[in-house]
Design a protein around this ligand. Sequence first.
Ligand SMILES: Cc1cc2nc3c(=O)[nH]c(=O)nc-3n(C[C@H](O)[C@H](O)[C@H](O)COP(=O)(O)OP(=O)(O)OC[C@H]3O[C@@H](n4cnc5c(N)ncnc54)[C@H](O)[C@@H]3O)c2cc1C
Length: 408
Amino acid sequence: MSMREYDVIVVGTGPAGLFCAAHLAPAKVLILEKMKLPGRKLLLAGSGQCNLTHSGDVKTFTGNYGDHGNFVKPSLMACSNETVMDFFEHRGVPLFTNENDKVFPVSLRADDVLDALLDACDEAGVEIFYSEVVKSVAPNNGGYSVQTSLTAYQAKYVVIATGGMSYPGTGSTGDGYAFAESLGHTIVLPEPSLTPVYVDDHLLWDLSGISLPAKVSIWHEGKKLMTREGDLLITRFGYSGPVILDASRWMRAGDQLRIAFTPLSPEEVDTLLKERTAESGGKQIQNLLSGLSCPDRLTRALVEISGIPEGTTGGQLTSKMRGALVENLTGFPVIVERVGDFGVAMCTAGGVPLAEINKKTCESKIAPGIFFAGEVMDIDGDTGGYNIQAAFSTGFVAAKTILRMLCA
Ligand SMILES: Cc1cc2nc3c(=O)[nH]c(=O)nc-3n(C[C@H](O)[C@H](O)[C@H](O)COP(=O)(O)OP(=O)(O)OC[C@H]3O[C@@H](n4cnc5c(N)ncnc54)[C@H](O)[C@@H]3O)c2cc1C
């Protein structure tokens, strides 16, 4: 029996696959999806509210993709946040930007974003087959044969948009890496990214739920790797919140984190303590610490952890106690036991190496006619809408390149 033939087969109905297929008209396009329903991970995005991109100048986005912004840049320029916002607004999904510059649908429903993508695919005449697991992609007859759990198809071009490995229950189980390897690619070890951190000897566990602005530096084998600022969430087993999630791609078990719970420097906190003690030395220590932007419960805990007995006044504070308190407020040391695994990570670092993909077209440099879009590539962005934006932008670039090739 002859195989059904398409111009393009897209593997995966995540934001990358759907956005790509929606821009492929008038080509004959099939999307193959292993799950019964489309876009399972997209529906979880932003806690179901879907932070689909970020506002502001897209040129500034490149810093939000770790060391890989240079690769994403041409895609972002070809399909910017404005392009994405126009796409949804024109399809009846009004958007708004929150106080952190994150862009959401006004309805705060990820379903609306998914429905708009599916409608666009429908209008473009795209066929979608569900519950069809792609098993292999292999060169055949000048194009590619795509073998699924049910049958085989033939296409001139294949877009691998299978996502990463996080939240495997959504269908993203790293299948695309095996396809890429079979076509001659190498794979950068996939690791969880945008994930909470679990720490040894978690002294603040009973403050879980407290969220505050903080500065976190990562120390690896005694050397400072970087410092990040943003909202920190204390959890029962460690820390989360944007500042931790964004920095998690660089954290390893055994690293030390130093957390500044106040924007003041150690010298400023030291001076403030001395001045306030001179003014009101009879006051208890925690009362001398007001105005540090650190919640009272946390301040009390840090006073205790610093070995300062309850009820100690400013006048009774020894320089050793003051030193410990200053350190704990401005560089609270914790050791990373582990970062969250793929079950809790929102993203995957690693994947198809960017050196093996043309950044201007998203076409494989190794297997011509094979394209990659979205998280299957070694791209992981910060929280704030950067991952879905990258999925849209790379899917768009793959689509436009394929259309040019089909017309040539
Ligand atoms: C809880 C959570 C919240 C998030 N929130 C946000 C957010 O608010 N903003 C943001 O920018 N990012 C967010 N992300 C990240 C973002 O959702 C992903 O980066 C994005 O979905 C990646 O898109 P993708 O199309 O590359 O892959 P995916 O969305 O992972 O889609 C891949 C698709 O391919 C299918 N597939 C895989 N293998 C096969 C196969 N063999 N055959 C057929 N089909 C296959 C999968 O079933 C899946 O449907 C969040 C992630 C999580 C887990």
